[in-house]
Design a protein around this ligand. Structure first.
Ligand code: TUI
Length: 323
């Protein structure tokens, strides 16, 4: 294998993107990932356009490698951030939490590579027709705002439905997960939780320690009753969400409970009442390391796994039952 379609498209060495993690994915982590050979990402969350401009300029003092900006269509500053992306000649954007369709043509005209993050095949098909360059297909194992389908069934259905490249997200933190995604037809992956613990990540120490200590059952999904499912660490906040949802509280009240909680977790380390968004792979993330060590480790393990299973065959007629 000499070439990878996502590396060629994005001019990167490893087909590894970073999730647009609000508050976590900022210039320093993004630059470290891009320097390590992946595609670093600045997440905007609800950030005003001018703050995004500062982040993009800061990143450019740290690396000359390609990077992405992640926009969330729910944000009140979405349109301002779109303008900044064009003015600052950001090479790649990823778009989550909404239908990116109406914005693709304009961004393409400005020369931006557009990669929507989606959880449904129907939306991905529409976005391909609207001109998306690639898709990040995100399974419900992911942290944060999620869809309904998990990565294992989602990726092959996306790959079958689309002609553009697919990167897999949700449930991937190591080379085994990456190899599984490639077996399903993905040409790249997106890491989130695995990079929250990077030395260059500004997530509070408490947040990183919670991930490193997490078990397989550490996360819960809240907000299903209001059609806004979010995966995060099970804690007092998720319990409060579930109680409120169980009582059939109005959506304004449920959403109100979330305000400021992600910031409290990431920036202040409030892991009991904050929203500690993390994927189900938190239980797999056992070590804090630099972004470069994390990416190199994933790639080395991917190659080991491919080597090991590359020659694996089921013999004609199957294995002998009594060898
Ligand atoms: O966007 C994400 N993950 C996120 S965004 C986020 S910000 C947030 N902060 C506080 C509370 C809640 C959210 C945290 N995590 N992933 C990509 C993604 N996009 N997952 C699901 C979707 C999605 C959802 C609905 C995409 C499209 C969609 O439907 C749009 C439509 O109109 O058809």
């Amino acid at each position: 294998m000499k070439d990878n379609v996502i590396c060629r498209l994005l001019k990167i060495r490893y087909p590894i993107l970073v999730g647009g993690m609000t508050w976590v994915s900022e210039a320093v982590l993004a630059a470290a990932v891009s320097e390590a050979g992946g595609l670093g990402t600045i997440a905007t969350g609800n950030m005003p356009g001018e703050l995004l401009r500062d982040e993009v300029r800061k990143l450019r003092t740290l690396t000359d490698k390609p990077f992405a900006v992640n926009l969330i269509m729910l944000s009140p500053n979405f349109r301002d951030c779109l303008e900044v992306v064009k003015q600052e000649r950001v090479p790649v954007i990823t778009l989550g939490a909404g239908n990116a369709g109406p914005f693709i043509a304009d961004l393409k005209k400005a020369g931006v590579i557009v990669i929507p993050v989606v959880n449904s095949v129907a939306l991905a098909r529409r976005l391909e027709r609207s001109g998306a360059d690639a898709i990040v297909a995100e399974g419900e194992e992911a942290g944060g705002h999620i869809g309904d389908t998990s990565t294992m069934p989602l990726i092959p259905q996306m790959v079958d439905a689309l002609s553009i490249p697919v990167a897999a997200a949700g449930g991937i933190a190591d080379g085994r997960g990456m190899a599984a995604a490639f077996a399903l037809g993905a040409q790249g992956i997106q890491l989130g939780t695995a990079l929250v613990v990077a030395h260059e990540s500004r997530a509070h120490d408490n947040y990183k320690e919670i991930i490193v200590k997490a078990s397989d059952r550490a996360t819960a999904v809240t907000g299903r009753s209001i059609n806004k499912p979010v995966r995060a660490l099970k804690n007092m906040l998720t319990q409060e969400f579930h109680e409120m949802e169980g009582q059939g509280a109005p959506w304004e009240e449920i959403e109100g409970l979330a305000v400021g909680r992600l910031r409290a977790a990431v920036m202040e380390g409030d892991v009991t009442r904050g929203s500690v968004m993390m994927g189900q792979v938190a239980g797999l993330v056992k070590r804090r390391a630099s972004a470069k060590e994390i990416l190199d480790g994933v790639v080395a393990e991917f190659n080991e796994v491919m080597e090991k299973i590359g020659g694996y065959r089921i013999p004609a007629g199957g294995f002998p039952a009594d060898p």
